[in-house]
Design a protein around this ligand. Structure first.
Ligand code: HEM
Length: 341
């Protein structure tokens, strides 16, 4: 039987994307060649210590910063590569940071503070892109007072930032497994990276309006108590209680819920324990259990040792996406603006 036109279109899109994937991997690793551990060892030996000092001080005063910086790093890397394009301001509000998924990012002032100290110590040497990468590692590691992963440095800063590119490259919380896989593949990341990095949702919060369609009137049949059957019922009840305001107004964006209740300030493998118990907040979380290979990885990540080891490897690969190195890009003087000359 002939396939309906939309199926043909979808499968062609998958093939094209997979072709892009295989090319994408090559591009990502060739460009990542300029990254290395301790890139600033000679040019600014105290760079990493300065970044850690400021980030730890600020994280001590606000533990939620770890989630903000981890997500900022992800959103930076997925749009034009890890080039600090997410930090740029636009007079017309058309930069990445103005796109809806980035409106809840925070901590920009801490990045600016790190940059100011680094400019004082070593003017024009340390990129904002590396500061974002270090801030993610250092804020998350604060809880353990030791570095949870190694950050390769040597990134340079981009000069372009577009809200439209942010919208088309940052995955939506409603994404299904195939869409997520394509999205990650387009960045040179694989299935293992998708599952492991989703573990970033072990810290932080989610806004109710981004998942309220899963817990209220899921079937669209005007029955408010219809819930996505893939959610564990007590967890669905908990979410309904937390998000009751969204029953009246699904777009209300004032209520947030911790993503890994009881453990949302602790970076650990508990996300995968919750996920296996069908307590993933977003469709994009729950969908990881719908694919056999992905579910198998979720099983392996029930072991904390496997999680920390795997996260180290995957976030290193994420930090290599589309980086500018060598003489490409620039070292911004201020992280929110490209250099004027
Ligand atoms: C797999 C695709 C992903 C999707 C669809 C997704 C989507 C989301 C959404 C919708 C939120 C809630 C934002 C809010 O309500 O303010 C969120 C939060 C968060 N995401 Fe993801 N995410 C994904 C992958 C990742 C990755 C790879 C990381 C990092 C390794 C990450 C780290 C975070 C963190 C730490 C938060 C909490 C932010 C906060 O507390 O403000 N996410 N994500």
């Amino acid at each position: 039987m002939a396939k309906p036109a939309f199926v043909m279109a979808a499968s062609t899109a998958v093939v094209v994307s997979l072709l892009v994937v295989s090319c994408g991997i090559g591009i990502a690793s060739a460009q990542a060649a300029g990254l290395k551990k301790g890139f600033y060892k000679k040019s600014c030996p105290q760079a990493e210590a300065i970044a850690q000092k400021v980030v730890w001080e600020r994280t001590a005063g606000n533990r939620e910063l770890a989630a903000k910086f981890l997500r900022m790093f992800f959103h930076d890397c997925f749009v034009r590569g890890c080039d600090a394009s997410v930090l740029l301001d636009s007079p017309t509000n058309t930069a990445e940071k103005n796109a809806a998924p980035n409106l809840s990012l925070a901590g920009f002032e801490v990045i600016d503070e790190v940059k100011a100290e680094l400019e004082e110590a070593c003017p024009g040497v340390v990129s904002c892109a590396d500061i974002v990468a270090l801030a993610a590692r250092d804020s998350v590691s604060f809880q353990y007072k030791k570095n949870l992963w190694e950050v390769e440095t040597g990134r340079r800063d981009g000069t372009i930032s577009s809200d439209q590119e942010a919208l088309s490259n940052i995955p939506a919380p409603s994404s299904t497994f195939d869409i997520l896989l394509i999205n990650f593949s387009n960045k040179g990341l694989g299935l293992q990276d998708l599952v492991v990095l989703s573990g970033g949702h072990t810290i932080g919060i989610g806004h109710c309006n981004l998942f309220s369609s899963r817990i209220f009137n899921f079937t669209g049949k005007n029955n408010p108590s219809d819930v996505d059957p893939s959610i564990n019922p007590p967890y669905a009840k908990f979410l309904q209680g937390q998000c009751s305001r969204n029953l009246q107004d699904p777009n209300d964006n004032t209520t947030v819920v911790p993503m890994d209740p009881g453990s949302s300030l602790s970076f650990d493998n508990h996300y995968f324990v919750s996920l296996k118990a069908h307590q993933g907040m977003f469709t994009s979380d729950a969908t990881l259990l719908t694919n056999g290979r992905a579910a198998n990885i979720v099983d392996k990540l029930q072991d904390p040792g496997v999680f920390f080891h795997s996260f180290k490897n995957s976030i290193k690969r994420m930090g290599q996406i589309g980086v500018l190195t060598g003489t490409n890009g620039q070292i911004r003087k201020k992280c929110n603006a490209v250099n004027s000359s």
